[in-house]
Ligand binder design. Sequence first.
Ligand SMILES: CC(C)(COP(=O)(O)OP(=O)(O)OC[C@H]1O[C@@H](n2cnc3c(N)ncnc32)[C@H](O)[C@@H]1OP(=O)(O)O)[C@@H](O)C(=O)NCCC(=O)NCCS
Length: 215
Amino acid sequence: MKVDALSVADLDPAVALHLEVLDMEFLSRFGPRFMRAYYRAWESSTGALALGAFEGDQLAGVLLGATDPAAHVRAMVRAHGARLALHMLGAALTHPALARDLVTTRALRYARGLGRLVATRLRRATPTAPSTGGPRVGEITHVLVDSRYQGRGVGRALIDAAIDASRAANVDELVLVTPPDLAARHFYDALGWTAEGSMTSRSGEAFLRYRYRLG
Ligand SMILES: CC(C)(COP(=O)(O)OP(=O)(O)OC[C@H]1O[C@@H](n2cnc3c(N)ncnc32)[C@H](O)[C@@H]1OP(=O)(O)O)[C@@H](O)C(=O)NCCC(=O)NCCS
């Protein structure tokens, strides 16, 4: 098995795997067209981690994250925000239950993000994040392994590769959240991540927080 950066050719299998393994996730409800645009945005953005684990030609697992989350979000919104919003809107218009959940949990936040993007474009300015002088914190947002390959070290290999890439990018620590009802928390425990209690996201969902300090 080898872990490598996802290429454009890996996007369709990665999306299919994501929709199969994380079918309960909110983003998955927007369907393959939105998810392909989402993966394309990760695959091509500054500061992003978009890794695949390959068994021969077969994509066995995927990891998404960022060594510089702020730079990654800025690059992603600037280059892909409009396309992502259109796909999201298209899916919501044809799925009333999804539209209702989008409006009640996220619409205001997403609209503010797009508003900032438009304002930035009008000013032709590039927003810069203030440097806090604190530790550089990267994040892992998704890890998923094909059910046929689970329990064989694929998830560990993806996390190890993300840690190596983060060290190379001078990241001090990595953080992630996982739903409390997923067995994944035992996976992060086994890999030496520190549990830091629960939190509620801005969209109202409960998560457990984990941290890994890169020494
Ligand atoms: C969670 C997941 C990514 C783990 O990947 P994996 O390839 O099956 O895990 P690995 O084989 O690399 O296991 C690494 C370690 O974690 C442990 N582990 C993995 N899943 C576990 C589970 N469900 N319960 C207890 N321990 C687990 C393994 O025992 C192993 O420990 P060891 O090396 O000390 O024996 C994978 O099962 C998955 O995709 N699950 C569904 C999606 C998901 O929950 N993603 C995470 C939230 S976004």
